[in-house]
Design a binder for this molecule. Structure first.
Ligand code: 5GP
Ligand code: MN
Length: 346
């Protein structure tokens, strides 16, 4: 609580604040960033949200979206760097280690600002002066709401802020379905609806604004790019760069795809391998009885939540999925019984 007092003191007077989040922000990353930004603007601060990359268009409705600076937009990078270097406070939301900032990492790391980290991922790396962190929170948006209330500013949460925060909680709980959907999640979302969040509108804007290309791509991926390893309770998608191009895939179009693999009866482990320019990006999902984050951390330079994690591979797509199959075979017992993982050369 001593720490909360120091944060309260710091934001008591107008400051230059930069808010940032992880590469390829999802609704929780962007919702917590813009929810926090809109709140701090109301408190009289000069606030800039800088994201390490672009994000899906189904998030563009959030208040403040137009002013977000995408660090990968080279015409804005110099301005973004200046803002990071001259900020009094940098708030890092929805990630626990600076590497998730990609090319922004060194600038934030070297900045002299007072750093705040608000997050709900495992294993936080200690890079901040003020840390508000809980793995039992379903979403960073839930933590942002709790923090604003703890600061004593519940009354500053208006409809726009409530809608940003609601979006992150809705998506990080899989639409209030995952085991992280706690009593507090329902209490907070009830409050947010009470403060004006239009839950039906938000659900429509996020889930029901698909392009026909996206739906055709989904059909193609399920019929042509899904491998089911029934004996291993595993199913995975393997998507090439060419596939993405053919279906005119936009940022966010592969989001949710991995869940179709996990939705198959008998499947406990699901993965999505996507060939990108520099590496293969991997999404992992598992049923509640399998800790897939440990597997992601041990073998694919990643991590995340117990049942929703990610990672990457510098190998080619086929080499990566072959390695994945081998590792799953080798670790079947360990994964299904939550035992120590067996390493590659053992
Ligand atoms: P998604 O599959 O939706 O991209 O990511 C699911 C979760 O996995 C994210 O919320 C994040 O916690 C984690 N995650 C995704 N990619 C990475 C990564 O490269 N490294 C780590 N440590 N976590 C990741
Ligand atoms: Mn999150």
């Amino acid at each position: 609580m001593q720490e909360l007092e120091s944060l309260k003191d710091i934001i008591a007077l107008p400051k230059k604040i930069v808010i940032t989040t992880h590469h390829k922000p999802d609704a929780d990353a962007l919702g917590s960033s813009l929810g926090m930004a809109n709140y701090l603007i109301k408190k009289g601060h000069e606030v800039d949200v800088i994201t390490p990359s672009d994000y899906p268009s189904f998030l563009h409705w959030m208040k403040g979206n137009k002013k977000v600076i995408n660090f990968e937009d080279l015409s804005k990078q110099e301005k973004a760097i200046k803002k990071i270097e001259s900020a009094d406070v940098i708030i890092c939301l929805d990630f626990s280690c600076l590497s998730r900032l990609n090319s922004m990492q060194s600038y934030v790391n070297n900045a002299t600002a007072y750093k705040v980290n608000i997050d709900h991922h495992q294993d936080p790396k200690n890079f901040s002066d003020f840390n508000y962190w809980s793995t039992s929170a379903a979403a960073t948006c839930e933590l942002v709401y709790d923090l604003i209330v703890k600061i004593g500013d519940h009354d500053l949460i208006d409809k726009d802020i409530a809608e940003c925060l609601y979006a992150g909680i809705m998506t990080d709980t899989g639409g209030f379905k995952h085991p992280n959907t706690t009593k507090n999640v329902h209490l907070v979302t009830a409050e947010l609806i009470g403060l004006g969040a239009d839950n039906t509108k938000i659900s429509k804007l996020i889930y029901d604004t698909n392009s026909i290309d996206k739906l055709k791509f989904l059909g193609f991926a399920i019929t042509r790019r899904l491998t089911i390893l029934e004996n291993l309770h595993t199913a995975y998608f393997s998507i090439t760069k060419k596939d993405l191009k053919k279906y005119n895939s936009q940022t966010g179009d592969t989001e949710g795809l991995v869940n179709y693999a996990l939705s198959l009866e008998g499947i406990k482990i699901a993965a999505l391998f996507t060939e990108r320019d520099d590496a293969v990006k991997i999404s992992f999902r598992s049923t509640h009885d399998v800790a897939i984050n440990k597997f992601a951390a041990a073998f694919f330079d990643g991590g995340g939540h117990k049942n929703a994690s990610g990672g990457k591979s510098e190998m080619g797509l086929k080499e990566t999925t072959d390695r994945f199959e081998k590792l799953i075979k080798k670790n079947k017992k360990a994964l299904l019984n939550q035992l120590e993982l067996v390493h590659e050369n053992n």
